[in-house]
Design a protein around this ligand. Sequence first.
Ligand code: DAK
Length: 271
Amino acid sequence: MSDHSLGGIEATLIFEKMGEHMGRLTLNRPQALNALNSQLLEELSAELERLESQAEKEDLRVLIVTGAGEKAFVAGADIKEMRGLSSDQAEALARRGQKIMGRLSELPLVVIAAVNGFALGGGCELALSCDFILASEKARFGLPEVSLGLIPGYGGTQRLSRSLGAHQARFLALSGEMFSALQMREMGLVSEVVAPEELEARSLHWAQIVASRGPEATRRVKRAVARGLDLSLAEGLEWEAQLFGQTFSTQDHHEGLAAFIEKRKPQFKGQ
Ligand code: DAK
């Protein structure tokens, strides 16, 4: 939502264009540590739908996802809204959340999670759905659902085990404990840990780097990795070969190879 209010109701999601090719999505319920309530999920779903169709038209290549305020990225699904749900309602809510996380992970642009504070439960699952994760030294990650008598419902048990392996995923999801950004970097989830005041600049730094690469290529890297996770090695290599072949029918690859030979910076057009 570029307009921060919806007919008087404060928007729980803010999208801003950040210069050429880049955008930032801020989850904006700082008073509830950006917990994912139904309004926020609704707005997120609508914004992701808009980005799916507009990203290429607007030549948007990188999206930074972060949380409003000093304390939290997202402190999970909204616990207050979960009380009183029936099993069927909970299952439907989990499917809805999973669909939104799936949409985020499949966006045709590179998504960087800039985790500025608590990334718990649904917030950790949201970060997991991004392409890579940068974290402030203040960030805390965890899947505390078991301490509420629940299990992760937005893909945590599935995405985390694919990302870190089954043992580390079980360690997080069974202990329900919080882990520091440095611990998560050691485990392999977080790519870089920075001082809180540097997170914004560092996210922009990586966003600019990714945005300068060939967009037709970065989109295919995403598709190669995402689908490859569900394939055998032989099938995955076959998938990679197909995508590699496709890059040779893009303008971007002509530009990239020519720029190298002419010793200049490439000017990719995303075609
Ligand atoms: N939901 C709702 N409100 C939350 C919240 C949450 N997840 N986390 C924090 N808040 C609210 C607090 O209630 C408080 O509101 P007021 O009392 O001021 O009205 C405000 O945010 C500030 O929080 P605190 O006062 O607690 O702040 P502290 O610094 O003292 O503590 C904390 C920060 C992050 C340690 C603490 O707030 C906390 O433990 N929060 C809950 C973290 C958590 O357990 N997150 C996981 C939620 S479970 C499923 C789908 C999805 C999921 C499960 C099932 N299905 C559909 C079945 C996913 C589940 C989760 O994500």
